[in-house]
Design a protein around this ligand. Sequence first.
Ligand code: 5AD
Ligand code: SF4
Length: 442
Amino acid sequence: MGDVKKLFIKTYGCQMNVYDSERMAEAMGGAGYVETQTPDDADMILLNTCHIREKAAEKVYSELGRFRDLKTANPDLKIGVAGCVAQAEGEEIMRRQPLVDLVVGPQSYHRLPQMEAKVRAGGTALDTDFPTDDKFDTLRHRPKAARGPTAFLTVQEGCDKFCAFCVVPYTRGAEVSRPASRILEEARNLVERGVREITLLGQNVNAYHGAGEGGGDWTLARLIWALNDIDGLERIRFTTSHPNDMGDDLIAAHGECAKLMPYLHLPVQSGSDKILKRMNRSHTAESYLRLIERIRAARPDILLSGDFIVGFPEETEADFQATMDLVEEVNYGYAYSFKYSTRPGTPAAERAQVEEDVKSERLQRLQALITRQQRAIQDAMVGRTVGVLFEKPGRLEGQMMGKSDYLHAVHVANADVAVGDLVPVEIIESGTNSLAGRLIRP
Ligand code: 5AD
Ligand code: SF4
């Protein structure tokens, strides 16, 4: 038997990276690695990185610096950088931080075992191609080991939208959808291993147009309906969507498909048409609001979440106020807001920048409004009965934690339920970050 080696993976950024990290761990399992939860005893450290904002990218270098002592103590330790920083910076990473042995872009993870062999032999390895072979196809066979009740499943990668602020079209490449048959096979495999909720992932997930079973392309809605037929799968979610790709069939599915959860992440970024135009979003504030109306007509109780950028180049106080007005009108159950961050190589980086303290002040106002909305929507759950899928024990004896249909964190005291149970829960109290509930069955 060969030596078992230990792999530590640290994941930054979006859920697609969380999914990719799992798949990298599986690929490295074939090369004799088991995962470890600490870098201290690792034979290989992989940072799966995010390049979306400047801070995220800088974190990678400061983290790498911290591994110097580990590498001195164990010269056989290999250090790799994966993800979007790897794609964007390539061999520059090894120049800036010579501790790094391996750099692998998001489309090349299936080649990790060969790259590992190369660095074990004393070399360095770099792969930031956009290969034509499908990484998911090569990584197809997921091990049968049992796992938790929720899982991510990437169905689509890349983006053709080219929003003027965003690096994703450069780091993740053009939109590619996986064939439906592969996705369904992976979903069935997950369900056999105990998964009851699947979140379909894609940078532009609702632009999904993969080869269908029996010919022709499928839309995301068609794929969701096929997943709906899998026994044992109880909940379906998807993220992240673009307003321009919300097809009629997907909107209708929100009203008709029993397993599709009443939650939709639909970023708008700004409420000002001038800024939206400069962002190259190809929708207006008004068209977004009309879209929300149609979605709510199909599913009145749907909880909406969004992403916002404040301080985009040339954003005036009036433009920002338009964003505040849009937020008021939509009423979000959840929202993520960011200060605009200049990304090298993107069109917006060239334009007149808003001052840092103006950005900070606008962010504060927007976040205060969003927090108020989130809290009010969460508080309004009190007295309602919602489905909760239990995911883990809580910190208190006998307490269990799970997520509601609307994705709120819910805890139940003295709960006679197991991880993986999906049961109705009456919400009795709303706290800062979670709801308290009680089982309504005896
Ligand atoms: N600066 C700030 N926020 C950004 N996002 C993407 N690019 C940038 C940037 N350059 C935000 C968008 C997107 C989310 C994932 O990150 O709001 O929806
Ligand atoms: Fe980036 Fe826009 Fe594509 Fe989203 S839609 S990944 S924000 S370019």
